[in-house]
Ligand binder design. Sequence first.
Ligand code: HMG
Ligand code: MG
Length: 299
Amino acid sequence: MKFPNKVNLYEVGPRDGLQNEKDIIPTEIKIKLINKLINCNFKAIEIGSFVSPRWVPQMADSDIIMDKINRKKLISLPVLTPNLKGLQKAIEKKVDTVCVFITASESFSKKNTNCSVSESIKRVEGVIREAKKNNIKVRGYLSCVLGCPYEGKVSYKKTADLSRFLIEQGCYQISLGDTIGCGTPLEAVKLFEAVSKTVNIESLAAHFHDTYGQALSNIYAVLQMGVQTLDTSISGLGGCPYAKGATGNVATEDVLYMLNGMGISTGVKLEKILEVSKYINRYLNRMPSSRVAMANFNK
Ligand code: HMG
Ligand code: MG
């Protein structure tokens, strides 16, 4: 078994974590959460989305947040930009990285971005081109890679082709999203095998939601293949508003605990993460879905 010595944790809590919260969270709370995460030494924290506020009301204040957080040069603070309107805002706010998101599932594409897969390809082509002109890095997401809430199985080959397309357009990394957290380890391995035929494994990130409790096992499996970037969400918050029943990403605390136990370094300290986890759960008035946070809750 061969594991990497080092892994990048890409924190998605402020975006993927909070976007699914029904009650609007005050902007000040989101800013405090992000500032606390910034102090945890992540290399990248996805802070929000420049999407239509009618589609995702919780993310309507992402531009204000971008103005008010303690931005630091060495920490990348990406936002989601589904179209040129979102990208325009990213340019105005001097965002360093934007994320585009597509999927091989026709139904999910329609539900999530109101367009067909081929229309989404044209849309993101424009976004990537303009981003590059403005020296903004672009990260690409592929959703529903291990299953779609509307169509069931999604072709790995189609996901691989779209991943290659995004890399050819200029994305620096492709994050493979198990949006509804239905995948199991051998499926995850087959998917990463299929995609790594067309995209270097070092350019792939794993984005596992934990709906069926499989995320840590999936991560353990793909780490052995050379995956070096893992998307995680503080306290396991989140889900996608257009994937009914999907719960949060794998919890940052749980992944960090496992990586620490395996001697894989991340530069992030578990004690600090646990404090941030406590902060957001106190605000939300709920117990964390992270097992590691639960084990430490009353300490
Ligand atoms: P549409 O309704 O077809 O857009 O939505 P439109 O161009 O017809 O515009 C409709 C209205 O939205 C207009 O306003 C636009 O100005 C406004 P009106 O004139 O009616 O007042 N609008 C915007 N406002 C602010 N920012 C924008 C923007 N664009 C349009 N960027 C659209 C198409 C793509 C905009 C919409 O479907 C959308 O915003 N979708 C985003 C959905 C989303 O954020 N989903 C969750 C994130 S993806 C995810 O969670 C998966 C991931 O985690 C990986 C995984 O787990 O798989 C990444
Ligand atoms: Mg997600």
